[in-house]
Write a protein that binds this ligand. Sequence first.
Ligand code: HEC
Length: 130
Amino acid sequence: MKRIGLTLLTIATLVACNSNPKKTDTAATPDKPVADAGPSSNPDYAPGLELTSATDCATCHKPYEVLTGPSYQDIANKYAAEAPGIIPKLAEKIINGGSGVWGQIPMLAHPTVTQADAETMVKYILTFKK
Ligand code: HEC
């Protein structure tokens, strides 16, 4: 009995040791999609996240899913190549609202958002580029 116990312990120890390198790998590759790690490490991410969270953007937009409005990733993939020139224009669209680019559903106007804050929001959205 003692011998079996010892053997089992040895096997368990070997298995535990063997799985160690794998554990290190898992730590290096988080469970979340890699795309999640990308935007948040961008300096443009946090200020824009704070501003968009303080307004109503999330009722129509999600980072990776189409809601009433296009996903932030779709917007970023469409416009990132045109940055920085496109940033003030998209900011104006956030302030004035509008439709016709992604479909006929309009984005509501946000007249209380300043141009500077809207540009910060756009920079945040562009960090989602795949
Ligand atoms: C009532 C729903 C709604 C809200 C609230 C909303 N959006 Fe939108 N948004 C839309 C829709 C719908 C579109 C697509 C408009 C179009 O097709 O031209 C859009 C488009 C956009 C675009 C791309 C514009 C373009 O011309 O391609 C950006 C950038 C954007 N939204 C940012 C924001 C931000 C930032 C906020 C919060 C301040 C916000 N949206 C709030 C519905 C919304």
